[in-house]
Design a protein around this ligand. Structure first.
Ligand code: HEC
Ligand code: HEC
Length: 459
């Protein structure tokens, strides 16, 4: 039986590779990216409105410190920001950090709601940015501590995050979609009761979306579908009418996401070395990651797992029935994009090689955030097995030699005393957290890697 299963998986890989490896589809070409008015409307909607009811009381962020210390911090709001890894909002947000916003709890009582930027609002060199993944976030602490406003901890139905800076958004989408019919009505029994919450998902940067035809680590989503974005609003209190009513808002939000640009590397670059690096990139990396500069190209390759050989956990996280139900669902019946044209939910057989624009700013690397710097990525034997970092984002937390976060290797004997501290340690021996694979830089010499790193700074 097992042999048969492997045999079948092999065939699926092969067929998946044929169908999905080089993605573009005729419908993709017709879709318009770049509508400045819509993008502006989308930006306003995303940074001023809430799309889910409030989950926390109005003052919870100010009082939550009581759960971890007896002594009141001098500035309770910044203590909470640091505890959960939230960043100051780069837009007017009523003194709240990115990711939280005033919203309605129930019966017109004001509270705090979460928004997309809790995960998709990050900070680099101390500067907040919408669209940069939040690599400081401790979402587990936030969900355990904020609902009780500092009076008590609550138990979560599954892990929201296992390691700081990564999260289990995939489990959330499987959980919430499992409570709906394909037409988004509520159903009493939840399908797919088995959740995979060991993925440690690293949040991709939104500025890459304009180049992509397919989304997510595995390329199973449609990058031109505004309905697809709405699945992140499957809050149990959002009825089906919400989705129909807000569809046009999400079309605008999608245009805003396409309009976001990657930040430029702000430090010195050795240009003659970078030119050497360009040559190495063209020979060793371009076939999967595309070309940059004047007329950029992006092949949108979904690379079979046997080739890239990174952690397989994410590939196996969505049950096949989930993908099938998704393709029959309201989300898949948008009027633009691929799914509308009869594409089945993409159950892919590998990981998408992402565009590398602004790659200097998006550490840690790989879909599970298991590699803290580009230097470590390019020489697999140097990758740290167990490490921690400050989870702050200032210049002194940034490693300009290796390009990424400054880390400290942690001895296996060092066991932190509480769960919050334990989440600050990334242990690549744990399920879903392997830092294996993607060894395409290993065959290069030290000189070549140095030149390549210099080039990567310029993307
Ligand atoms: C709990 C954290 C979290 C929240 C909240 C969240 N996301 Fe995400 N998002 C993720 C993670 C993690 C991924 C990567 C998932 C993967 O591929 O495994 C992702 C992926 C995406 C992608 C695909 C990007 C790409 O290039 O592949 C889009 C688009 C997106 N999210 C939009 C949104 C929008 C819009 C919202 C708010 C309505 C939102 N997300 C809320 C964590 C989150
Ligand atoms: C055979 C295709 C292939 C080649 C060749 C290749 N890559 Fe990749 N690369 C991938 C895939 C697939 C991923 C995503 C893997 C994952 O997340 O598990 C990736 C991920 C990355 C990432 C991490 C992106 C992120 O946001 O986390 C970087 C950086 C990168 N590659 C750089 C390079 C460089 C530099 C080279 C040349 C030395 C190279 N790659 C060669 C396929 C390739």
């Amino acid at each position: 039986m097992a042999t048969f299963r492997y045999w079948l998986m092999g065939i699926l890989w092969f067929v998946g590779g044929l169908i999905f490896a080089d993605a573009p589809d005729p419908a993709y070409g017709k879709f318009q990216i770049g509508n400045p008015e819509a993008a502006k409307r989308g930006q306003v909607a995303l940074t001023t409105r809430t799309f889910t009811p409030a989950s926390f009381t109005k003052d919870s962020l100010k009082t939550v410190w009581k759960i971890w210390t007896k002594k009141a911090p001098a500035d309770p709001m910044s203590a909470a920001r640091e505890r959960f890894g939230l960043h100051e909002a780069p837009y007017p947000n009523g003194g709240l950090p990115m990711g939280l916003r005033k919203g309605t709890l129930a019966l017109d009582i004001q509270g705090l709601a979460l928004d997309c930027m809790v995960c998709h609002g990050g900070s680099i060199l101390g500067k907040s940015m919408v669209g940069l993944g939040n690599s400081s976030l401790d979402l587990q602490a936030l969900f355990e501590e904020l609902p009780g406003a500092g009076l008590r901890r609550i138990a979560t139905p599954y892990h929201f995050s296992r390691t700081r800076g990564t999260n289990e958004a995939v489990a959330t989408s499987v959980y919430l979609f499992g409570l709906r019919t394909p037409e988004l009505d509520f159903q009493l029994t939840r399908t797919y009761p088995k959740l995979v919450d060991t993925l440690c998902g690293d949040v991709p940067a939104w500025w890459l979306m304009k180049k992509k035809a397919t989304l997510y680590a595995t390329g199973e989503g449609d990058a031109r579908s505004s309905r697809g974005l709405m699945q992140f609003s499957l809050h149990p209190l959002n009825q089906k009418v919400f989705f129909e009513k807000e569809e046009s808002t999400f079309k605008d939000i999608l245009q805003y996401l396409y309009s976001i640009e990657a930040p430029k590397y702000p430090f010195m670059v050795n240009h003659s070395l970078a030119v050497r690096g360009l040559g190495i990139f063209q020979n060793h990396c371009s076939k999967c990651h595309g070309t940059y500069g004047e007329n950029p190209t992006y092949p949108n390759k979904i690379v079979p797992l046997e080739d890239v050989a990174t952690d397989p956990g994410r590939l196996n996280a969505y049950p096949m029935e989930f993908a099938q139900k998704y393709s029959r669902s309201w989300f898949a019946k948008g009027h633009e994009g691929w799914l509308a044209d009869g594409y089945q939910g993409r159950v892919n057989a590998g990981y998408q090689a992402p565009p590398l624009d602004g790659i200097w700013a998006t550490a840690p690397y790989l879909h599970n955030g298991s590699v803290p710097t580009l230097g470590h990525l390019l020489e697999s034997k140097t990758r740290p097995a167990r490490f921690t970092r400050s989870y702050l984002t200032t210049e002194s937390d940034y490693d300009k030699d290796k390009i990424g976060w400054i880390i400290r290797r942690v001895d296996p004997k060092e066991f932190p005393t509480n769960a919050h501290e334990a989440r600050k340690i990334y242990d690549t021996n744990e399920v879903g957290r392997s830092n294996q694979g993607h060894d395409y830089g290993d065959s290069l010499t030290d000189e070549e890697r140095k030149a390549l790193l210099e080039y990567l700074k310029t993307l």
